[in-house]
Ligand binder design. Structure first.
Ligand code: SF4
Length: 411
């Protein structure tokens, strides 16, 4: 596994809560959340989406509980769900009470639109008695109007104050089983708000850039905010809020944590060179073909697709497995060591077959099973390419000489 940007040991220490069997904060692995887009009352459609989200990497799934039919749906969904379910509550405290009756493992309350202290305290008391945690989900777009006025807008201080006020109501009834989010759709505001929240509270933080929008810009915004904070050791659970199939949210969340070394690799990590003048194949096409074939197998390894044998195996020597193209052949390598040379049209199939064997048998066994002539054949290809194309396929040195000559002549 890649070295973590911030190891779990270096993360900001927070209290720990449990949403069903998923621990959050207090050194637990950072978890991934997503939210269903189906009507919660539609039990089969919602369950099918929950299963898809869990398969894509979601540890927790949130469903809206906006009406009685939704609460009734939750009562039928929860016993059949593969992951703990959190009910999303806005405006109506009675929906929170109904969701608790349905057996949810967590609640999310928005302090911006659930404002009556007595109602908030009633929900907190019920959650306390049932051992169900609540997320105080502050959102810059639906900040309490009084706070908006007092702070002159949705500032980091206003967002944190909203969470603090809600927490004070909870504490009045002895309820502290809480995580907090202070989301905004503007990345710098979101980052500052979470930094302040991290200094202010020791409760676990749920990170997200709200309403990030459709991919790819939504992915970029969410990653900019979430990854910056995670790298500082801030954040205990994350959600990508994308205008897309929520499966993309769960997948992105999982991939981010794996890329930062904060979760064990569960699926494929395909790396590919960006291609250049040396490329011997259509790198983009082969990389896409390899990704599709390998994702279908769901193998937890890092695989490299490199455009040329001159630099490929060396540049991708950290990958578990890779293939580099040269002279109409593919050089298959494990941890940078050439193990097989295959015809170009068999590159992807050979890569997939080796990936399966590698996962089943381990790196040492596959290195021991390398073709004895592979290294020699590969070296012959590399030399032939050097001779045919020279060391500098982009002719940079020749261009530099021409530039110097042109300038000298013009002086
Ligand atoms: S691996 Fe080869 S083709 Fe790919 S970027 Fe590096 S030099 Fe260029």
């Amino acid at each position: 596994m890649a070295r973590a940007a911030v190891s779990n040991a270096e993360r900001r220490r927070t209290r720990q809560i449990a949403v069903g069997d998923v621990l959050i904060g207090g050194g637990a692995p950072v978890s991934v959340q997503s939210m269903t887009t189906t009507k919660t009352a539609d039990v089969d459609a919602t369950l099918s989406q929950i299963y898809a989200l869990a398969a894509a990497g979601a540890d927790l799934v949130r469903c809206t509980c906006n009406e009685q039919a939704a609460a009734e749906g939750l009562a039928r969904i929860i016993p059949r769900s593969p992951v703990p379910i959190i009910a999303d509550i806005h405006f109506h405290h009675e929906m929170a009470l109904a969701a608790l009756e349905a057996g949810v493992q967590g609640l999310r309350l928005n302090p911006g639109n659930l404002r009556k202290p007595e109602e908030i305290k009633l929900v907190a008391s019920e959650a306390r008695d049932r051992g169900v945690p609540i997320r105080i989900g502050v959102n810059a777009g639906s900040l309490h109007p009084e706070l908006y006025k007092r702070f002159g807008g949705a500032t980091p201080e206003a967002l944190v104050e909203s969470a603090r006020m809600e927490l004070a109501y909870f504490e009045e009834v002895g309820f502290e089983d809480v995580k907090i989010s202070v989301k905004a759709s503007t990345v710098p505001l979101m980052i500052e708000a979470y930094r302040l929240a991290s200094e202010t509270f020791d409760h676990p933080l749920h990170l997200g850039v709200t309403e990030a929008g459709p991919p790819p810009s939504g992915l970029v915004k969410a990653t900019a905010g979430i990854a910056t904070l995670l790298a500082e050791g801030i954040g205990d659970t994350i959600r990508y809020s994308l205008t897309a199939d929520p499966v993309e949210e769960a997948r992105a969340g999982r991939q981010l944590l794996e890329a930062m070394g904060l979760r064990e690799r569960k699926g494929l990590d395909l790396i590919a060179c960006p291609s250049c003048g040396r490329a011997e194949i259509d790198v983009i096409g082969v990389a896409k073909e390899a990704q599709a074939a390998l994702e279908e197998k769901n193998l937890p390894i890092q695989v490299a697709v490199m455009g040329c044998v001159v630099n490929g195996p060396g540049e991708a020597r950290e990958a578990d497995l890779g293939i580099a193209a040269g002279r109409r052949r593919g050089h298959l390598f494990i941890k940078g060591q050439i193990v097989r040379v295959v015809p170009e049209d068999e590159m992807v199939s050979a890569l997939v077959a080796e990936a399966e064997r590698l996962v089943a048998e381990g790196i040492e066994a596959r290195l021991a099973a390398a073709d004895s002539s592979a290294a020699e054949e590969a070296e012959a290809d590399r030399r032939a390419l050097f001779e045919a194309k020279g060391e500098d396929a982009n002719a940079s040195e020749e261009r530099v000489e021409l530039i110097r000559k042109t300038i000298a002549e013009e002086r």
